[in-house]
Design a protein around this ligand. Structure first.
Ligand code: NAP
Ligand code: G3H
Length: 484
């Protein structure tokens, strides 16, 4: 029997080093979006349980913050090795819990293994710096500032359903190597996968209370934990709606927010169209478009659209649709609400004159990959994040018109430019209001040591291994004043 759950598949939370059952026996049933089957029950924790978790976190911080970095790194290396051994088993849980196709699920776990190792490597290479006082006018060579990074305290990590393992680890590991203690509040649909990640970290030898979990619906326990005076930093990935809500509540508790996106692919006349079509189909439709970085609109001229559409159509119609346990790309969406939004966005566009080149078919929560042409700025799909496999084409006059429409969005996560002219690529990249511009590639987060950030309603602060460690630590200066 696993230590994570009892014989009824009631999962436990990691509290002060112990896998602990729900005190009040209040559980949330997790059913699979694949076929409605039972995955497990996760505790809906009470406010008093949260209070205890935070208290343990404070106590553990005293010792964890003093553990040498090479020892913390050794735990992350061990956790990576454990996770690697369990990769297939955990991927199967992901497949059923969030309907991620098996290949992507395995890749999520393996990417997390790499992330843990890389974080340990970076942590070991974090050196303090010494600054000479004499370099600044009026300074003195007798003043030396030793500057190192120190942890913030208790980090609250809140992760989204679409990467419950990777986007939990990408908060937890940098926070831990930085010397913080961590409380992970995983997505409810995805909590079971995240608890298995936590088990690997705990089995690697984390001292008690250094990493703990709080499960329960964000709508019920979220505000309480976010506003708790014991939380020193909030690292959140999720929707813009919830991110904005948390930033209002946070009341000077520092936050890192990675939120929604409406990533545009701008395709110029000289782009390599067969390559562009394959790359965009991959970017728009993997995990059924349920990625913040999915390509969510194409901006191109009539001339390009006429040549590109047949290439896109052919590739989209070959995308396998079905059960994530089979070799498919398009799987059922996370819930009925997500499918309803997809239907609304397609219907709204078609009622206002858009044409479905392919797709526009929904069975249960499975939305067939849909390519919409003739999308205009009056349609909701031009601006809303569908988080489903819908790709709209907005025809533009020229590159400046594309830049205008791209920037008119409330979001500013990433954008792509496809062209063989580096001068045009830079002209556009310089003008796009986003965190990252990809030249000749789909929008995407990785590799995970690159800085990843959104502007406007797409977020605040920067992730990426080194950047995440910096976000969850602060500089501390100790100035030595020598006497002659
Ligand atoms: P979500 O509904 O905003 O939920 C994200 C997390 O916040 C979940 O753990 C959720 O818990 C929790 N939560 C909800 N209400 C809360 C509250 N009041 N206080 C504290 N926590 C609360 O997002 P999602 O549906 O899981 O993920 C999809 C969205 O995330 C999309 O918009 C996508 O673009 C965005 N996303 C962005 C990035 C990025 O890096 N920019 C990456 C991935 C996803 P429950 O599950 O219990 O509700
Ligand atoms: O859903 C948002 C993730 O940060 C996207 O990551 O580009 O590696 O799929 P990804």
């Amino acid at each position: 029997m696993s230590k994570l759950f009892d014989d009824q598949k009631n999962y436990k939370n990691l509290v002060n080093g112990q896998w602990t059952s729900s005190i009040n026996h209040n559980y949330i049933q997790i059913s699979s979006p694949v076929d409605g089957s039972f995955v497990g029950n996760v505790p809906s924790m009470s406010q008093s349980e949260v209070d205890e978790v935070i208290q343990f976190s404070k106590e553990s911080f005293q010792s964890w913050s003093r553990v040498p970095i090479y020892e913390k790194a050794a735990i992350l290396y061990k956790a990576a090795a454990i996770l690697e051994v369990r990769a297939n088993e955990i991927a199967e849980i992901l497949v059923m819990e969030i309907a991620k196709d098996r290949k992507s699920a395995i890749s999520e776990v393996k990417r997390t293994v790499d992330f843990l190792r890389y974080t340990a490597d970076v942590g070991k290479n974090m050196e303090g710096v010494a600054l000479n006082g004499e370099n600044f006018p009026g300074g003195s060579k007798n003043k030396i500032s030793y500057v190192k990074r120190v942890p913030l305290g208790t980090v609250l990590s809140i992760s989204p359903f679409n990467y419950p393992i990777n986007l939990s680890a990408s908060k937890v590991a940098p926070a831990l190597i930085g010397g913080n203690t961590v409380i992970l509040k995983p997505p409810t649909q995805g909590a079971i996968s995240a608890l298995h990640l936590v088990e690997a970290l705990q089995d690697a030898g984390l001292p008690k209370g250094v990493l703990q979990t709080v499960t329960g619906k964000g709508s019920e326990i979220g505000d309480y934990i976010v506003t708790h005076s014991g939380v020193d930093f909030i690292n959140f990935t999720g929707s813009t709606e919830i991110g904005k809500h948390l930033s209002k509540l946070a009341n000077m508790t520092p936050l890192l927010l990675e939120l929604g996106g409406k990533d545009a692919a701008i395709i110029l006349e000289d782009a390599d169209l067969p390559f562009t079509a394959s790359n965009i189909v991959d970017g728009a439709f993997s995990y059924s478009g349920q990625r913040c970085t999915a390509v969510k609109r194409i901006l191109t001229t009539d001339e390009v659209a006429e040549k590109l559409i047949p290439l896109l159509k052919e590739k989209i119609e070959k995308l396998p649709v079905g059960d994530p346990r089979d070799e498919v790309i398009i799987t059922p969406l996370i819930d009925q609400k997500a499918a309803d939004l997809a239907k609304f966005l397609i219907d709204d566009a078609i009622s206002k004159g858009a044409v479905a080149i392919t797709g526009n078919r929904i069975e249960g929560t499975t939305v067939y990959p849909t390519l919409l042409d003739g999308v205009t700025e009056e349609m909701e799909i031009a601006w809303q994040e569908p988080f489903s496999p819908i790709l709209p084409i907005i025809r533009v006059k020229d590159k400046d018109d594309a830049i205008r429409i791209a920037n008119n969005s409330e979001y500013g996560l990433q954008s792509s430019v496809f062209t063989q002219d580096i001068n045009k690529a830079f002209y556009i990249a310089d003008r796009l209001e986003v965190g990252t511009v990809q030249i000749n590639n789909k929008t995407e987060r990785g590799p995970d040591h690159f800085p990843f950030m959104g502007v406007k309603s797409s977020g605040m602060g920067t992730q990426g291994v080194r950047y995440s460690i910096d976000s969850m630590t602060r500089p501390k200066a100790i100035v030595v004043n020598l006497r002659e």
